[in-house]
Design a binder for this molecule. Structure first.
Ligand code: PLP
Length: 455
């Protein structure tokens, strides 16, 4: 597959426009997760397919998909046309009315989610999807506690950040919200002293079962976990783990919530990552890839049992922009384009025959690479100072000068990867061309030579 959108540069902001945008941003825009005065953000003057252009007209290969979001690349013509057409017809309508774009988006999503998750509650993004999933689980079970994993990310709103198991929770974890964290299986940095994936899976399940016993099964409403954790390191659950979590949830009447905000809509080479494990959760949350992030949208796909709880009883929650027509039209066009152009299969094949083998080669050749892992177009390279001790190149919870240098080296060579702590993530759009993928990987190979010199 060559990228769906090759072509030349799109219309770009000129250098004067870029300079003004930068100055206004620094004066008036308050950025996420940042110390405002230490920022020097990059101006994006335009984007097309798997590429973005900066304010000086330099072109970059977007190996980050903009926070693992643009699953069908930038400016897909079918999606741009669908948004434009919808805008001409009807820009907005309250969620209580029926809207054709919303109805069709719900059908397409329901048909792709596993099992019978056939009712869709729309939200504005991933964090509020998780907030609503937990609310549904609490009301459905009449219980309050929620278990979530360390090394996870579930969003930046109050409950979602409390569910999160990475350092972003620390500064926000001021109110007791009834969340309890458990250790997920992660063999490379095992909490269970395991030596094989099978052992790690079994011990992580025993740990979770003990936690359930000590917290009291009758107090636990839900277990939420990313089917394949993304921001926290793209570490794949070992054989039997998700199936084991499903069994524990069923046994103790706990609602299983699969967070597929990052892993959903083709990213892992299947529509949803749970399909790799033949597991059907009770609630599945999504956002990002549902419409490639062109207009904000998230949601919860709901099992018949939980939907039935709110058959004659009011669901006490809603959002003005729930199922927004522009977002819904973008979702319909995105899902149809993914089908038409075989993007999910393409993502799977790229992982199997291009990215996976290249990263395995990096792990052999580069002393700075501790582990490379992933599936589809969802991969991470973990950088270490020492392969024996596995000491990370940046400590958990912070960046390091070396990691910043490596990212700058990628950028100066025209590559924008996603990075977190000691990891570089390779997460391009699902429809990136094979040649573009190889070009990006060749840059990464060069940059890893620099990393080797640091350790
Ligand atoms: N859940 C997961 C797994 C995510 O990766 C993210 C965002 O990266 C979220 C939830 C939060 O989504 P949003 O930023 O749309 O609120």
């Amino acid at each position: 597959m060559t990228s769906t959108i090759d072509g030349g540069a799109p219309p770009l902001l000129d250098s004067e426009g870029a300079r003004r945008a930068y100055e206004l941003d620094r004066k008036h825009v308050f950025h996420s997760w940042s110390a405002q005065d230490l920022l020097d953000p990059m101006v994006i003057a335009g984007a097309q397919g798997s590429y973005v252009w900066d304010g000086e007209g330099n072109k970059y290969l977007d190996f980050s998909s903009q926070l693992v979001n643009t699953n069908i690349g930038h400016q897909h013509p079918a999606v741009v046309a669908a948004i434009t057409e919808q805008a001409a017809k009807l820009c907005t309508i309250a969620p209580s009315y029926v809207n054709d774009a919303r109805s069709e988006a719900a059908r397409l999503i329901a048909e792709r989610t596993p099992g019978e998750l056939n009712r869709i509650f729309f939200t504005n993004g991933g964090a509020d999807a998780n907030e609503h999933a937990v609310r549904m689980a609490r009301l459905h079970t009449g219980r309050q506690k929620v278990l979530s994993a360390y090394r996870s990310y579930h969003g930046g709103t109050q409950l979602a950040v409390n569910l999160t198991g990475d350092p972003r929770r620390w500064a926000n974890d001021t109110a007791s919200t009834g969340t309890v964290h458990f250790f997920p299986p992660y063999l490379y940095r095992t909490a269970f002293h395991s030596t094989t994936q099978e052992e790690e899976s079994q011990r992580a399940l025993e740990h979770l079962e003990q936690l359930i016993a000590y917290e009291g099964p009758a107090t636990i409403a839900a277990i939420i976990l990313e089917s394949i954790p993304g921001t926290a390191g793209i570490y794949l659950p070992p054989p039997g783990y998700l199936e084991g979590v499903r069994e524990l949830c069923t046994r103790f009447g706990i609602v299983m919530i699969a967070d597929e905000v990052m892993s959903g809509f083709g990213r892992t080479g299947k529509w949803f990552a749970v399909e790799h494990f033949n597991v059907v959760p009770d609630l599945l949350t999504f956002a990002k890839g549902v419409n490639s992030g062109y207009v904000p949208m998230g949601g919860v796909a709901i099992s018949p049992e939980i939907a039935a709880t709110f058959g004659t009883r009011v669901y006490p929650g809603g959002l003005t922009y729930s199922g927004h027509p522009l977002a819904a039209a973008a979702a319909v066009a995105t899902i149809n384009a993914m089908d038409r152009e075989g993007m999910v299969e393409h993502a799977a094949e790229l992982g199997r025959s291009v990215i996976g083998p290249a990263l395995a080669g990096f792990a052999q050749r580069h002393v700075s690479v501790g582990e490379a892992r992933g599936t589809g177009v969802f991969w991470a390279i973990e950088l270490v100072r020492d392969r024996e001790t596995r000491e990370p190149l940046a400590p958990y919870g912070s960046s390091s000068g070396e990691m910043n240098q490596l990212l700058a080296a990628c950028k100066s060579r025209g590559l924008l990867p996603f990075a977190n702590f000691n990891r570089i993530h390779v997460v391009p759009p699902c429809n990136i061309g094979t040649a573009d993928t190889e070009a990006g990987l060749a840059i990464l190979d060069e940059v890893l030579d620099i990393a080797d010199g640091m350790v």
